[in-house]
Design a protein around this ligand. Structure first.
Ligand SMILES: [Zn+2]
Length: 316
């Protein structure tokens, strides 16, 4: 496992870092979608240091888990869900009053829940919120033409890596997961199907967490758009996590609605667990010898999301 000692010594020299321009097999420059636009994931992206040095990030309002994700005593609350079948989740008995609400975390690909939300997950688990992790795809297209990671193997490997990551966070036993099995790289094309599947999962008092609807990766943007629209339609609280936005955006970038941003503080221990969890995604952090391609998650990318904070966009 990687180790860290402070929030400032995570910087890695270029010589230590390989990098890839894209991930999940979805070069967004190759997509002709009415999303993504100029939010292009290419090159090394904005450095971890540039984000650390931006005062605007330090000035953001703080997210308070015990307050913002607390029980609404007037509403019914979820009981534990022990199966990962959609029908069981939909018919779960939500009647125990006074418990913190369930939180549904949407990961377009297994790893997004950790890259964007590992700190939030740890704090929600400690707060007692039931957690439902929703894999929108199984991330099968991250290694085109690979002999080591063909799609049928990735369909098993990546969800298993996610489980190992939850174990590294120490919260695996508190998380229920469900896979929606949409095709990796085609969430936008199947957005209506995603909307239908949400109806089978989401309960009236859930809080939703999704990637930013303008995060820069087509699957992230499509997931963000569908989930935020569903939340609005059903008057549910919804938080949008920044993941690939850290790559293409610049400090104070006006393509990000910073006025909606809230900052979650991570303790040193929570950050260490997050870094350990990221390194559980061996398929994403290792070079592919069969294709000669560098790791999907470059050192820069890992460093950028290994900060003692996470940022979410929230509109009340
Ligand atoms: Zn992703």
């Amino acid at each position: 496992m990687a180790t860290i000692s402070s929030d400032t010594d995570m910087s890695l020299s270029k010589s230590q870092c390989s990098h890839s321009d894209n991930k999940d097999g979805s070069k967004n420059t190759e997509h002709n979608l009415p999303i993504v636009g100029d939010r292009v994931i290419e090159g090394e992206g904005t450095s971890q240091q540039a984000w650390q040095n931006w005062q605007g990030l330090h000035d953001l309002p703080r997210l308070d888990i015990s307050k913002d994700f607390s029980a609404d005593l007037t509403s019914s609350e979820p009981s534990a869900v022990s199966s990962n079948s959609l029908s069981t989740i939909a018919s779960a008995n939500y009647k125990t009053a006074g418990q913190p609400p369930r939180v549904c975390i949407f990961a377009p690909h297994p790893d997004d829940e950790i890259l964007g939300c590992a700190g939030l997950l740890q704090q929600l688990a400690a707060n007692g919120n039931p957690l439902l992790l929703v894999y929108v795809t199984n991330g099968t297209q991250s290694h085109p033409d690979s002999a080591i990671y063909p799609p049928h193997k990735l369909a098993v490997i990546r969800p298993n890596e996610s489980l190992a990551a939850l174990e590294a966070l120490g919260i695996k036993h508190q998380v229920t997961s469900v896979a929606l099995n949409l095709q990796d790289g085609q969430v936008f094309e199947h957005r209506h199907l995603l909307h239908q599947k949400l109806k089978a999962i989401i309960q009236p008092n859930d809080i939703l967490v999704t990637p930013f609807e303008h995060d820069g990766h087509p699957d992230h943007e499509a997931t963000g758009q569908v989930v935020t629209a569903y939340a609005k339609q059903h008057s549910l609280a919804c938080y949008q996590a920044l993941i690939w936005a850290w790559h293409w955006a610049k400090p104070a970038d006006n393509r990000i609605p910073w006025q909606k941003a809230v900052r979650l503080e991570l303790t040193a221990e929570q950050l260490q667990r997050k870094v350990d969890a990221i390194h559980c995604f061996e398929s994403q952090v290792s070079a592919d010898d069969s294709t000669g391609n560098p790791p999907i998650l470059s050192c820069q990318t890992i460093a950028r999301v290994s900060q003692p904070w996470e940022v979410y966009l929230y509109e009340s």
